[in-house]
Design a binder for this molecule. Structure first.
Ligand code: GDP
Ligand code: MG
Length: 417
């Protein structure tokens, strides 16, 4: 049996010991389905629905194991070789009992079962759960706290239970985090939302991005320290920010200096998802025009937001992401109040002329943002964080100091899954 190379070391948790080469002509029993790229918005298949053969899961529904030990984007450090959104391609050939393989290619006698890796990954993920961390940044009064509550009250977490909160005070910006463990279909996700009240509240906001950048780097540092420990935790708690929702004021004019400064400094350390706050204050035309203007200004400023063009894996990815990029920044409305509309309780904002329904796609793009974050791009957000942003930090840190010298970082969050 061949040994799996160090390149695949990070997958040791999920790659079965005997992974055999893909047959030149696959011979599969008719009931065995291959993993197919399915609609990212289709819900994950419940375990009960799987009875014959390995299940077919949408790639985006397979969360990466904690610590980002999953297949992913190409990076210079041999971590997580690119296989797209979470579908593992078995890496190296190994000797098998029931196969005949020749050096030039393989002729195999029957179904091997490589595709069961999807089921194996699913089971592992169900056992371990995973962390997902979101940060919200923007000027005071733009509705950050309200949107966090909306996220937790909306369908993301109607089943959630328990909450924790910790506070940290780097300079003028407060950092508050709220976590919920959400369980769905047997899979546990610890969703943490980090709020940053006080951002942009100073008279001089020149360096307002600094405390947030510091916080993001502290989470990288914590992870790095855990990784280089001689005795490592089997699963490193992941407090790294997987995305930053940046709130743009619904002025209808331009981005402000503060926005540009923040986005320029942070877009290389975290996945930025810009949103237009309080979208109910604009008409549909104003919204569209403003969105266009913001996109243009971001482009002119050389600011990349998530999903970054350079990380599109293939043409399919590119065309899916192009569509999303064209609708960004999402125009959102937040509310934690419920109202009765057509016999159903909905989250909304009551005005003199009617109710703005937060989760109604005809009213605003909150549901689109939530689905983008959770249903279609959660796995990719984690991968880009691990393989690009964290990797950049890690390489810089290890180069800079010729090793690890701790920077001051106190524990801010602990995974308690
Ligand atoms: P934060 O300072 O960014 O955390 O903002 P808050 O969430 O505290 O909201 C500030 C004010 O804006 C509150 O009165 C909210 O009720 C209101 N607000 C929040 N979200 C929206 C929204 O989407 N539309 C409108 N019109 N008002 C909102
Ligand atoms: Mg607030």
């Amino acid at each position: 049996m061949y040994c799996l190379g160090s390149v695949y070391e990070d997958m040791s948790d999920i790659v079965p010991p005997e992974v055999r080469p893909k047959p030149a002509i696959p011979a599969k029993p008719p009931n065995v389905g291959a993993a197919s790229p399915s609609n990212p918005f289709s819900p994950p298949i419940p375990p009960s629905a799987v009875s014959t053969g390995p299940p077919v899961l949408p790639p985006s529904a397979i969360p990466v194991l904690i610590g980002g030990h999953g297949p992913s984007h190409n990076v210079p450090h041999n971590i997580g070789q690119s296989t797209g959104h979470g579908v593992a391609t078995p890496p190296a050939p190994s000797g098998g009992h029931s196969t005949h393989s020749s050096s030039g290619g393989s002729t195999l006698l029957g179904y091997i079962g490589i595709d069961t890796i999807i089921e194996q990954m699913r089971k592992k993920t169900m056992k371990t759960g995973f962390d997902f961390n979101i940060m919200v940044v923007g000027h005071s009064g733009l509705g950050k706290s309200t949107l966090v509550n909306t996220l937790f009250k909306s369908q993301v977490s109607r089943k959630s239970a328990g909450w924790s909160r910790d506070e940290k005070l780097p300079k003028t910006v407060e950092i508050k985090s709220v976590s919920h463990v959400i369980e769905e279909g047997g899979v546990k996700m610890k969703l943490t939302v980090v709020d940053t009240p006080g951002f942009g509240d100073q008279i001089n906001n020149d360096n307002c991005w600094e405390p947030i950048s510091k916080y993001i780097n502290e989470q990288f540092e914590k992870f790095l320290k855990e990784e280089v420990n001689i005795t490592r935790k089997r699963r490193i708690p992941d407090t790294r920010m997987h995305c930053c929702i940046y709130f743009i004021s619904p002025t209808g004019h331009s981005l402000r200096q503060l926005d540009i400064a923040f986005l320029k400094h942070l877009s290389h350390s975290v996945n930025i998802i810009p949103v237009i706050a309080k979208a109910d204050t604009m008409t549909s035309e104003e919204r569209q025009e403003f969105k266009q203007r913001v996109r243009k200004e971001l482009e002119m400023g050389g600011i990349e937001f998530y999903p970054q063009r350079e990380f599109d894996d293939d043409m399919e990815d590119k065309s899916d992401n192009d569509k999303i990029r064209e609708t960004m920044p999402f125009a959102v409305v937040g509310s934690d109040k419920e109202y009765q509309v057509n016999g159903k309780r909905v989250l909304g904002r009551k005005t003199a002329w009617g109710i703005v329904e937060v989760e109604n796609p005809n009213h605003c793009e909150f549901a689109q943002l939530r689905d983008f974050l959770i249903r279609s791009h959660l796995q990719d957000l984690k991968e880009v964080t691990h393989n690009i942003h964290y990797e950049t930090y890690r390489a810089k840190r290890l180069n800079e100091n010729g090793g690890l010298h701790p920077i001051s970082s106190n524990d801010t969050q602990e995974s308690n899954l």
